[in-house]
Write a protein that binds this ligand. Sequence first.
Ligand code: NAD
Length: 498
Amino acid sequence: MMRTDGLPAGDPLAGVSVRTGAFIDGAFVAAADERTFADTSPRDGRVIAEVARGSGEDIDRAVRAARRCFEQGAWALADPAQRRLVLLRLADLMTEHSEELARLESVDVGHPISDARTVDVVNAIRCFRFYAEAIDKRYGEIAPTGPDDLALVGREPLGVVGAVVPWNYPLIVTSWKLAPALAAGNSVVLKPAEQSPLSALRLAELASEAGLPDGVLNVVPGFGEEAGEPLGRHPDVDKIAFTGSVAVGRRFMRYAGESNGKAVSLELGGKSPQIVLADAADLEAAAQAIGWGIFYNAGQTCHAGSRLIVAREVREELVERITAFAGAMAPADPFDPATQLGSLVSAEHLRNVMDHIDRARRDGARVLYGGQPAEPVAGGAYLGPTLVEADDPALAIVQDEVFGPVLAIQTADDADHALALANSTRYGLAAGLWTSDLTTAGRMARRLRAGTVWVNSFDRSSMATPFGGMKESGHGRDRSLHALDAYTQLKTTWIHLA
Ligand code: NAD
């Protein structure tokens, strides 16, 4: 269980409770070997829970429960209108428990509580409602045939889906996987990141309360090699929906190839450029969007706009404005409702980010602002906004995903140069572009190799738009009706009428 006994009234977790076993076949259970791991809050370094440490045996139990329930058909074969009702009930329960979910999320990963309340929980709820409402409104097809045949083309669930997610937006990314997978009728085994298991466990409990049959959703917390790999290699899993790093994404492709050839969809990292051309209409608006685009969630966002590529003519003014924005965003206690920048996810991750900054310095890049850890709450893992001038496109700080509040700044001579710089990394998740010329915008948007291109904005989205990457950022798409295709397969039923 979570350790909440004796917490003072003002503590973020006072009055919050979540069960921390593995959730398998509708019940919380200890890991088969009874091991647990300590879940630490990066807000202050405190251990907040002992969580079941899943391994191969637990994954196998969960997959067997998921398969049994899929074959029985209580969920997979249910009227889509029934699945809709259960998922809408889940969304209602999440709304009812939204403060609790927000606190769990904030304390587990260091998100500012105001973002957890107004972004994470709200978007997770919206996601469940979106797929619940979509699922009983999708039609199949009738293929063109001669008069003596009737060929029906429909979509069926895949079977057992393994979902493996990262820690940066636990509730949102988990919902992006679970909502379409469950709406489509699959059973799911979810492995949350070891840094952030709590909101997923509470979500599973709420799903059960909403009427999801036992075995449809299973959550096995634990570490990558111990629980993630057995899930990736399990011969009775039909698909892995993965979000995380490029290196681990590639492993999942190998696990699939070496086991049963299961489908794998990958949502991976990024090094997204934010391009500002000389004719950008409003440099202050650009500076604010660029600041949010990299510093929001302390830069731990897959599509964080971590590279600024700015036209020489406006560079000085824009960097000045972004520096002013950064100066107003000092890291602070995530549980203070006024905080805009919380902690990084762990002390270990803070060390990784500092290593990137130190390497940039050694490589000859110039730290223009920030670059030093802070400690607004004793024992926590904090770093303020950091600006690094790095004109050499070969530098590691320009090429590698840092996953912290660090903006690498490059100067471009013109639009073609900016485009070449923007496309010069192995990633292709997202890009931003600021210009007042519609023709330039349209031409560059076409040539930017990124799954999403924002023009005169950054990070605007809705459930209606697909999200995912090109190049080494992966090939999956979360959100939108297209995501349902990734959790279903086509079935042809040919009826001979003669
Ligand atoms: P990660 O790849 O280290 O871990 C992701 C998940 O994989 C975790 O659940 C982890 O336990 C598991 N895992 C780790 N090693 C494993 C192994 N050997 N076998 C099986 N499973 C294993 O990533 P992270 O550090 O948790 O998250 C940050 C990364 O996620 C960044 O690269 C970020 O860009 C990416 N991300 C991408 C998107 C997107 O939609 N494209 C969204 C959020 C995060």
